[in-house]
Design a protein around this ligand. Structure first.
Ligand code: PLP
Length: 371
């Protein structure tokens, strides 16, 4: 079926699939008495932060998580007034606008807490702070040796309210990895050192799916909400993003003719080629050259020769595919088409990187399902 008005390269975001995934994850969390934070950093892992946040809040999430003040403020500007936590800002960040907008902030050091206190004074409002303990990722978070000092500084500052203690797991996607329990123990010790009853949150998607005992008060789900399963056990998750284009030109070439730069592929027999206007500038990795299939006219077909900046070529054998025909670069896999996870496996990376890499000005984004 030839689709009319197809953009050159188009990401389709299925918000019904997203709502399905959020309901599944929030249901698991709720069974443990935990709330759900929908993580929409990096523009919603390439799916669009605002539509994803709205759909997630409508499907059972009650918090939103982002990596920066700018991402958090963009949500407020879009009218999203749910609790938002932002956790990774630079040392010169002005926290005042975020605090004034009711954004929760994270402190990993007394230095960062100092900037937050300054922001709270400037905003004339109390900052809601999540104190982050490093329990073994050795990345963001306060080392255990400095934890008492950070907790004391937060207690002493009238400008801040410690609303949560939190940490992040290194190996939750490898269920049974000994670091998970070790981190959970260290986390429990850090929580015990904080007075009052702050919220505790530790679980990402993988831990939400595999470790209900670590759901605590709040789970932070990213990748699984987008329908990509971070663990090996099967789950009823539906990939939210599909990536497609269309055929703009077809031609028949003779046996012995080659395709694309470097002429790395030569036709063994006369064959029909289809030209697709999507290339590495649109998020089709050049490293997939010679290892990529697309779904075109009812079956998987190989992309032949090098993937170029703006285009790629599909070998259709003796099939005559019409110009204008839709090309699925990846989808949810239900028809047999490639998936983002298949791309990642072929490239030796993770599907997080594939979908996040599709946030590009030249790629049109279209939403399906209720917003
Ligand atoms: C990105 C992120 C998450 C979400 O991780 P997923 O594996 O995508 O579920 C949770 N917490 C923190 C601190 C993060 O940076």
């Amino acid at each position: 079926m030839a689709d009319r008005n197809l953009p050159r390269a188009e990401v389709v975001v299925d918000l019904e699939a997203l709502a399905h995934n959020v309901a599944l994850l929030a249901g698991r969390a709720a069974a443990s008495g935990a709330a759900t934070m929908a993580v929409v950093k990096a523009d919603g892992y390439g799916h669009g932060a605002v539509p994803v946040a709205r759909a997630a809040l409508g499907a059972g999430a009650s918090w939103i998580g982002v990596a920066s003040q700018a991402e958090a403020l963009a949500l407020r500007t879009a009218g999203i007034d749910a609790p938002v936590l932002s956790w990774l800002d630079t040392i010169d960040t002005d926290f005042a606008p975020g605090i004034a907008a009711g954004i929760d902030v994270s402190a990993s050091s007394t230095r960062e807490l100092g900037a937050i206190i300054e922001g709270a004074r400037a905003a004339g409002a109390t900052a809601r702070v999540h104190l982050k303990i490093d329990t073994g990722l050795s990345r963001n978070g306060c080392p255990a040796t400095e934890w008492p000092e950070l907790v004391a500084a937060a207690n002493a500052a009238p400008e801040v309210e410690t609303v949560a203690v939190w940490s992040h797991l290194a190996c939750a996607d490898e269920p049974g990895h000994p670091s998970i329990d070790r981190q959970a123990d260290r986390f429990a010790r850090a929580c015990a050192a904080v007075d009052g009853r702050p919220l505790r949150h530790l679980a990402n998607s993988a831990a939400t799916l595999t470790r209900p005992d670590l759901h605590l008060d709040l789970v932070r789900v990213g990748i699984a909400m987008y329908g990509l399963n971070p663990v090996a056990q099967p789950e009823d998750l539906r990939p939210v993003m599909s990536f497609r284009s269309s055929v703009v030109l077809t031609k028949r070439i003779a046996a012995g003719e080659s395709v694309s730069y470097g002429q790395t592929w030569t036709a063994a027999t006369d064959t029909n080629l289809a030209l697709v206007p999507a290339g590495y500038a649109d998020g089709v990795p050049r490293a997939l050259s010679g290892r990529l299939h697309v779904w075109l006219a009812g079956r998987r077909r190989p992309v032949v020769g090098r993937v170029c900046m703006d285009q790629l070529v599909v070998d259709c054998g003796d099939d005559r595919v019409p110009v204008g025909e839709q090309v699925v670069l990846f989808g949810d896999g239900s028809a047999g088409e490639p998936t983002a996870t298949e791309w990642a496996d072929t490239l030796g990376t993770i599907d997080y990187e594939i979908v996040t890499g599709l946030y590009r000005p030249r790629v049109t984004r279209t939403y399906r399902g209720a917003e």
